[in-house]
Design a binder for this molecule. Structure first.
Ligand SMILES: Cc1cc2nc3c(=O)[nH]c(=O)nc-3n(C[C@H](O)[C@H](O)[C@H](O)COP(=O)(O)OP(=O)(O)OC[C@H]3O[C@@H](n4cnc5c(N)ncnc54)[C@H](O)[C@@H]3O)c2cc1C
Length: 443
């Protein structure tokens, strides 16, 4: 019986495992540092308290329970020997396979920006989203108790990066602050809140068409978001952010949506990493020189039809996972492997309630507004791993859309409410004042 070891139970690894599970003659071990698959496209909805964590994280054992030939191990893989297809975990166990699939995803890339790793909130994991939700609620609660904290930046929020994550999070934060929470915080001057999106580039959603970019910028403005383009973040402090034009913004909530790189495991493989620290793979998704080792999804650079590199998208990872499973099965059956053929369904981003942009299919048929919003909901619900998750997410969205009740405004990471307001290392962009935030690391 052939054994396949898969590292990472995200879109790529989980879809590979599910597809391989249909072959009873293959044994699969799926290793992930978490016991769940997390659905990154909806993390910002957890951060804004519109969805509960259980709407975006799904037990791997539960998803795979009906497949006796799949074994799930919760462990962090710290090294991999590609020649012997053996991985070693943090706890010291090793797993050897006839085939090895590396699908360990991405992590935030802070590009060496001083203070960014320590003080800003990335948004790549469920843990990140829960910390951010608690911090957002903590500054609101603090300002509600003591309105003088507004002058110390309590209601200033800075998002670094105007790509899909930055645009989606800032638009949703605008909806949350200016719409959803008004009744719950009647004494809080929410109209004094400032939400900034800062990006070195010259467009919001740079991967989209100019028309979609203009629409997205307008939708953000309507939600009270201030867009600062052509501007870099030079430093993130405990209570402020310094921009390349010299502006100091007092804030205790900086969201890092400024870039990604392959997860740390990529540095332990003895390979020269490609762009973004990712592993460059061959057309059949194997690692050059290691015909039984595959690298997939955000962990890899996969070439598209015209020699371009495919973007880090859930649909690329999902399709690559299934394709890899087919190639492994073909190998075992003595059939030839096939080069990966990505079916491009397009790209989409949701800027807020009823506001989205979508470019559908390879030919990028453009949609905007409620119809794109509906398409976004349909596509993302379809990507969710379980039937129950699809139904629950729909109910939450419908509840939010048609009613006034908002999902899950729970401050459960108490360390995020431990804010030092007395640091005066920054100066408010809109007037003199100062404040601080301790490091965001948390349990
Ligand atoms: C905020 C956000 C929003 C996004 N929105 C969209 C969107 O709207 N549409 C879209 O198509 N794409 C979106 N993406 C991109 C999409 O989520 C990724 O492209 C996709 O998750 C990649 O899948 P993957 O399987 O390669 O990696 P992941 O889904 O990240 O899975 C990697 C897995 O590896 C595990 N892992 C990592 N290191 C180790 C280790 N050392 N040992 C064991 N396990 C490990 C992780 O726990 C994780 O479960 C978004 C991404 C983010 C961050």
């Amino acid at each position: 019986m052939k054994h396949v070891v898969i590292v990472g139970g995200g879109f790529a690894g989980l879809n590979c495992a599910r597809k391989l599970a249909a072959h009873p003659e293959i044994r699969i071990t799926l290793i992930d540092k978490n016991n769940y698959q997390q659905f990154q496209p909806l993390l910002y909805q957890v951060a804004a308290g519109f969805l509960a964590p259980s709407n975006v994280a799904f037990s791997l054992r539960n998803i795979l329970v009906k497949h006796p030939n799949v074994e799930v191990k919760m462990a962090k893989v710290v090294s991999a020997d590609l020649a012997t297809r053996t991985v070693v975990t943090e706890q010291g166990q090793s797993y050897h396979g006839d085939f090895l699939v590396l699908a360990a995803g991405s992590q935030a890339n802070f590009f060496g920006t001083p203070g960014a790793e320590k003080f800003s909130y990335p948004l790549y994991s469920l843990h990140d989203a829960e910390l951010l939700r608690s911090r957002i609620l903590a500054v609101l609660e603090a300002a509600d108790r003591d309105p003088s904290l507004v002058a110390k930046g309590a209601l200033n929020f800075v998002l670094v990066g105007a790509g899909p994550t930055g645009a989606e999070m800032s638009g949703t934060l605008g909806d949350m602050i200016h719409r959803a929470l008004k009744e719950e915080y009647p004494n809080l001057p929410l109209n004094e809140a400032n939400i900034y999106v800062v990006d070195m580039g010259h467009a919001v959603l740079s991967a989209f068409s100019p028309k979609a970019q203009t629409y997205a910028a307008k939708m953000l403005e309507e939600r009270g978001v201030k867009v600062r383009l052509g501007t870099a973040v030079k430093e993130v402090g405990s209570g402020h952010v310094v921009l390349s034009d010299g502006t100091n913004i007092l804030t205790h909530t900086v969201v890092w949506a400024g870039g990604l790189r392959a997860s740390d495991l990529s540095t332990s493989l003895g390979l020269r990493p490609g762009h973004g620290g990712r592993i460059d793979v061959q057309p059949d998704l194997t690692v050059p020189g290691f015909p039984e080792v595959y690298a997939l999804g955000d962990f890899s650079n996969i070439s598209g039809k015209v020699g371009d590199t495919l973007p880090q998208l859930a649909s690329v990872a999902e399709q690559a996972g299934k394709w890899c499973a087919r190639n492994i099965a073909a190998d075992i059956e003595g059939e030839p492997r096939k080069p990966f053929d990505y079916f491009d369904k397009g790209i989409m981003a949701m800027i807020g309630r009823s506001a989205a942009v979508a470019e559908v299919g390879e030919h990028r048929h453009e949609l905007q507004g409620p119809i794109a919003f509906a398409a976004w909901i349909g596509v993302h619900a379809a990507l969710l791993s379980t039937g129950r998750a699809k139904i629950e997410a729909f109910v939450e969205w419908a509840w939010d859309y048609f009613g006034k009740v908002k999902g899950d405004q729970v401050l459960d990471r108490f360390s995020q409410a431990d804010i030092d307001w007395n640091d005066d290392s920054g100066e408010d962009a809109s007037g003199p004042s100062a404040q601080t935030t301790p490091t965001k690391s948390d349990s």
